[in-house]
Design a protein around this ligand. Structure first.
Ligand SMILES: [Zn+2]
Length: 295
């Protein structure tokens, strides 16, 4: 059983993991907090981009000697393989960590990953700690892994009558959480240029060929290393993705201050297959979120 301070630490780890959104792909955005034997937070770390230290290593570096005998609280199972960086489960053992709390297992480890090795080494390992809350950040990455295509956000403006392009401010805000932006005509760009480091994403220089099947486009983006994509496209393209059940989150920015501005009964706010999940105000807009109806 995780104690209330340990749950607090997991929520902190989940929050800091979001610093890796838009830059860690194809790796997951992970956060880690180290609690000393006395229970105080002595280390915080997140994964920034592929080829750089994992969250556990950064948190352990931060903690130094204070990690000995302490607890590591991590949003995803520590890795068990030597890739471009040493295995995190070894770093945890070397630092003398006594207890490890994990929110979500790494589906690529198939039960033989860091958690199993740590347990076999005599570490007190607890799984499934605030798993649903950790999915708030890791959900899109896990979904991409499970489906072999990036998680998609479709965003558009709406003036009460028809779709409109997003304004620059909104587009700038949306860029920070995704890997790439797909425009009409198949043009792809890294959402924040250079965020993933050099030679991590293998995006095509030329526009992706226009396919009747949008899943082909998404499969190509996944192969290029993208795990999240912002669809910044025209209404008919959004409809094609919606019909293929390929929109994971819809974001609508509805303009119009007066009721009569919104009076077109034929106006379609969100494509069929989506349902509203949250609505709030954003400057002079109404910001509407929708997700697939059957998921
Ligand atoms: Zn690792």
């Amino acid at each position: 059983m995780a104690t209330p301070p340990e749950l607090d630490a997991m929520r902190l780890a989940i929050a800091v993991s979001a610093r890796g959104l838009g830059s860690t792909s194809p790796n997951p955005p992970v956060g880690c907090v180290i609690l000393a034997l006395t229970g105080e937070v002595v280390g915080i770390g997140h994964h920034e981009r592929k080829g750089e230290s994992h969250a556990e290593v950064r948190a352990l570096q931060h903690a130094g000697d204070r990690a000995r005998g302490g607890t590591a609280v991590v949003t995803l199972e520590p890795c068990n393989h030597f890739g471009r960086t040493p295995a995190c489960r070894q770093a945890l053992l070397d630092a003398g960590i006594a207890r490890v709390l994990i929110a979500l297992l790494d589906p690529t480890s198939r039960g033989a990953g860091g958690a199993a090795v740590l347990h076999a080494a005599g570490i007190d390992v607890e799984l499934d700690i605030l798993a649903d809350e950790a999915r708030v950040v890791l959900g899109p990455w896990l979904h991409a892994l499970a489906t072999g295509r990036p998680w998609t956000i479709a965003a558009w403006g709406h003036d009460g009558h028809r779709h409109q392009p997003l304004n620059d401010t909104t587009l700038t805000q949306l860029r920070t959480d995704v890997d790439v932006i797909l425009q009409d005509g198949g043009q792809v760009e890294e959402a924040i240029p250079g965020a993933h480091g050099h030679h991590t994403l293998h995006l095509p220089n030329d526009p992706l060929p226009d396919s009747d099947d949008p899943s082909e486009t998404l499969t190509a983006l996944y192969a290029a290393g993208a795990r999240t994509v912002l669809l910044h496209v025209a209404p008919d393209t959004i409809d094609r993705y919606a019909k293929a059940n390929l929109i994971d989150r819809g974001l609508v920015y509805l303009a119009g201050q007066e009721p009569e501005d919104l009076a077109d009964p034929a106006a379609v706010l969100i494509p069929p297959g989506l349902r509203l999940t949250s609505i709030g105000r954003a400057d002079n807009w109404i910001r509407i979120e929708a997700i697939p109806r059957f998921r």
